[in-house]
Design a protein around this ligand. Sequence first.
Ligand code: G4F
Length: 328
Amino acid sequence: MLGKGYKVFGTYRRLSTPNFWRLHYLDVYDKITLISADIMDARSISEALKKSNPDEIYHLAAQSFVGASFDQPLYTSDITGFGTVRLLEEVKKYNQEIKIYQASSSEMYGNVKTKLKNEDTPFHPSSPYAIAKLYSYWMINLYREAYGIHASNGILFNHESPIRGLEFVTRKISNGVAKISLGLSDNLKLGNLEAKRDWGYAPEYVEGMWMILQQKRPSDYVLATNESHTVKDLVDEACRVAGVSSSKIISSKVNFRPFDVLDLKGDYLKAKKKLGWKPNTTFKKLVKIMVEEDIIRWQRWLKGEHFPWDAATSGDDSHIVMRNKTQF
Ligand code: G4F
């Protein structure tokens, strides 16, 4: 967005331990304006609108981890579901000309039988997270039809990069095999290796989000790669890149979800035709980007360099601390 000449505002939740490492990693921390706000607090959203007076809103705020939504269904519903309505209501009061992008999710399809999912495929959500996202999806449609707000859903399939959180399977694997390859760990425990996902490269999907809001008419679009791979395929490819034996990767029932979506594969034809959008990074390239980046980080760590490339509380890497606080 900065590259396109936008003035960018970002909202953040106040935390006792600041978590801005991704903004530093992308070298944008000093180039954007941060506003303290919370999607649970309508008044703070109203204030954020007044401070930023936006033309476009990219609504990505959510409890976005499917696994955690089974443990915290009400919390997830409040943030990922009602949060969108709090935003829509404040936009309706403040300025109905603002364009809104809603981060909808391929999880909304759940275990529906259709192999290749597009904008016309029926939804069958299979987690509290997916149900909350589907609620938001329909609210976006309602505010578009009832109030004429330029509100669009991007139905994005899994999109990944080296700044993915460690709790998600791609980064858990890239980080895990990187550590095994450098002798920092013996094995990696995962959950369901048979699940299939349609994994693409996040920067390309963010470009797609922007394209969606540049359309004259709001609409809903699938962004995907038209391919799906099993978690086991991901493990094998990551191990190949890192030079690690895949026998070190263990599937443990402890990490299985109460209910899992078996196969998600998206059809991006509408986005291609209407937006001119298409994914360019192959599955193998994506795995290579992520594994190589994690190996580099751990090599730097071994040389004594400590920096918060993940929040201090993430997974079993909680020992990563800031040595030089002024740096970040
Ligand atoms: O990486 P995941 O946690 O992503 P998931 O559940 O597909 O959700 C992500 O993509 C959605 C888009 O479709 C977003 F809406 C959502 O916010 C998030 O970004 O899990 C992927 C698959 C699952 O089937 C899971 O059961 O990997 C399987 N898996 C196997 N072992 C694991 C693990 N997932 C995690 N997180 N950790 C494991 O150890």
